[in-house]
Design a protein around this ligand. Structure first.
Ligand SMILES: [Fe+2]
Ligand SMILES: [Fe+2]
Length: 335
């Protein structure tokens, strides 16, 4: 069901247009210079060196200690990152009114610089997992292929406000997932994976901060439109970007299984979902917004109670069973 009219989208796009200069400044202030930032090879054995084979062996000895469930969860996180072509397309279809990927428009510059940073995440995790020998890479690659083949639906109804709510939420969610994976890697003694996860999480944190700031600006300019978009997005729920990997997949439960694993090992849980809502409701001062029109008070009430509703769901949730995914090369089912 379409949650927003064409007129509302046009009005929202006007507001988005007024933020173009601010977004351009954020690109310069918050995103990285390509020549002066980390690259995937900084974290991987240097294959040009004589000791490359020894370094790969050492990596494989370290990764052998990582539980299967953590590897499966990491594969899912990597697949999420690898569907970047879909995310860049999604963002540009909505925001790029010039229909030009070299446009100087702040939003288009943002989309390019953001994509360029994100591109390193999938590259790094993919190469790391490949070298580890812990995965059936053909199965993993087929899932990535399937996901990009199927596309991406953030369920934002072409509304740029809902899209910025979605990205604010999702960048925080991926940050949490990477941080928690890093902790599990530490626990398994694989400190190089922990460093990788923390570094990626650092990128996600910068992106999250920027998207949240864009939405804060929208709240300042158009509080009624902004709170409606936040409410609509949360009523539909934030779906993980990789939900469509299941469609047409040999295992139609692959997304549900992946979610169950992340829930079970604490990489991303319903508690996290609730905590993100709580954080955004507080950050955007939903409780104290004034000057709202046209029934937006109802949205205010809904959003202020929402985190507690999810916490109650989280309390009642059962711990999922052990699950074995086809992405593993030699599964041991060792949770
Ligand atoms: Fe990422
Ligand atoms: Fe991200």
């Amino acid at each position: 069901m379409q949650t927003v009219t064409a007129n509302e989208i046009a009005k929202n796009m006007e507001v988005i247009g007024t933020l173009e200069g601010f977004v351009a400044e954020t690109v310069l202030g918050s995103l990285l210079d390509p020549d002066n930032c980390w690259q995937p090879t900084d974290f991987l054995p240097d294959l040009t060196k004589e000791d490359a084979i020894d370094e790969i062996k050492k990596l494989r000895e370290r990764t052998a200690a990582i539980p299967d469930s953590v590897i499966s969860s990491l594969v899912g996180n990597m697949i999420t990152e690898e569907a970047l072509p879909s995310y860049q397309t999604y963002f540009n279809l909505m925001i790029n009114e010039d229909k030009d990927l070299t446009s100087k428009n702040g939003w288009v510059r943002w989309s390019r610089a953001w994509t360029a940073e994100e591109n390193r995440h999938g590259d790094l995790l993919n190469k790391y997992l490949y070298l580890s020998g812990r995965c059936d890479m053909k199965a993993v690659e087929a899932t990535i292929h399937r996901l990009i083949y199927n596309g991406f639906d953030a369920n934002t109804d072409h509304d740029p406000y809902q899209a910025i709510v979605y990205t604010s939420f999702q960048e925080r969610a991926t940050k949490i997932s990477h941080v928690n994976t890093g902790k599990l890697a530490d626990k398994a003694g694989e400190t190089s994976l922990s460093r990788i996860c923390k570094t990626i999480a650092g990128d996600e944190a910068r992106h999250e901060k920027a998207y949240k700031l864009f939405m804060t600006k929208i709240f300042e300019i158009d509080p009624t439109g902004a709170i409606r978009a936040f409410e609509q997005m949360m009523r539909k729920q934030i779906v993980m970007p990789i939900v469509l990997m299941a469609e047409g997949n040999k295992n139609p439960n692959i997304f549900a299984d992946f979610s169950a694993i992340t829930q079970k090992i604490g990489v991303y849980t319903t508690w996290d979902y609730a905590s993100i809502i709580e954080h955004l409701v507080s950050l955007w001062k939903i409780e104290h917004l004034t000057g709202l029109k046209d029934g937006a008070a109802k949205a205010q009430e809904y959003l202020c109670n929402l985190a507690n509703r999810y916490k109650k769901i989280a309390e009642r949730m059962k711990v999922p069973e052990e699950i074995n995914l086809s992405w593993l090369s030699n599964p041991k089912l060792a949770f």
